[in-house]
Ligand binder design. Sequence first.
Ligand code: ADP
Length: 502
Amino acid sequence: MSPKKKINKLAIANRGEVAVRIINACQELGIRTVLLHSEADVRTRAFRMADETVCIGPAPTTESYLQIDRNVEAAVKAGAEAVHPGFGFLSENADFAHACSAAGLIFVGPRSETIRALGDKISAKKLIERAKVPTVPGYMGDDQSLATLIKKAEEIGFPVIVKAAAGGGGRGMKVIHASAEAEELIASASREALSAFGSATVFLEKYLDRAKHIEFQIFGDSHGKCVYLFERECSVQRRHQKIVEEALSPSLTDELREQMAKAAVTLAEAAQYNGAGTVEFLVQDGKFYFLEMNTRLQVEHPVTEMVLGVDLVKAQILTAMGNFTLWPQTDLRPRGHAIECRMYAEDSYNRGLPSTGLLLGLEWPEGPGRRFEVGFEAGDEVTAFYDPMIAKIIVLDEDRPRAIRKMLRVLDDTVVFGVRTNIPFLKAILSHADFVAGTMTTQFIQNYFPEGLEAKPLSTKQKVFAAKALPLVRNSGGSGVPAGVASLNALALPWGGAWRNV
Ligand code: ADP
């Protein structure tokens, strides 16, 4: 074990529900927290919960959350000994990890060299190929001329996916279906990669068009020892971004699970990985292919925590303190089935258009096996500056059918006033025969909901609710309720109406 390092105060270089998650873990560990936030994030739960707060810049992420120097300076000035980067923003930025160490701060995550080696998709693919783990066939060459890339795409055979080497979050990726569109799509992927990630380098892969996304959570102790915490299936995606995740996957045989776990651990151990990481795979026709490694906490980590009864964030912080004993692999035994839904402020009936605004009321139907990771409280605002995720809803039950039923119930009983949400869309996903059977692939949404949901007339229950709510709202005179709310439809907010558009 590394020498013990005391952390009395930890800075959080993030926002939203993950900042709340980290504060909760710190409170349990007796560590004070400093939230490094933008000007726009003053009215948030994390801001109220943190022991201290430091504003690091204006709302745009490039002027605040993505500013390495400002985050490091603010953490040092506040007297923090460590920085937790959460996910997104600077969490996989090797320069940030390095800048933290250079300033004497403990970066809660792997070493900057590890992030550098595994964060770039091309170098990670090369590393894992040496470990004899299968990858999706493609082209990862240095010759980035358009002519070569087009020729290679033709050789691979369409459909082909072009991706940014430094990419993430589903951005900088384009699927090419035919030779005629190759030039335009490769050029635009490369331009997008440069502007979003600062590097125009792209690579090509055969596009697997009936694959499942299955990823393994791993955890390393920095001495080359690593365990796996089983898998999550995240095949329900829109524009390559996950919406519903579950643990375990409903479709892995024990044999395949074992092979994939072994591959994930081999990669992590080869990299002397320390802390939490995720090895992502695509699985098609009983074969698995390495996709990428994420050197950080994942958005969907709660489903793993629920089925295994572990606390990954505490484990990360304790690892950073040199004070964590890795769980013995044989103690990691999954129990039951967990599902997570990402709840967004968006219009289910209008192709998921973001629905930002004031959150007038929030109600979470607590109960056994129900968990709500929430970044906002009533009166807070979902702004257009950031991802419009309001909360993650996670359920655990004894088996998958029960977990699905529980999630549907929880979604029914969750109340959000003030913005539209994707709850109707989530319910449609969870009720779909392909999802219920566990046979969905990453094409699920494209195949079954290419246009999102079609608006339906209000049900009797909804009309009754709206009729009761209308006089209350009219008479409330409370702040944030726009004047002139006059129609029943406008009141059926949990089901798709809107204050803002009346
Ligand atoms: P990011 O880092 O942006 O999340 P990933 O490489 O993890 O990108 O891919 C995200 C998603 O894009 C995958 O889960 C999958 O749905 C799709 N994808 C990526 N590569 C391929 C491929 N070769 N074939 C089919 N789908 C792919």
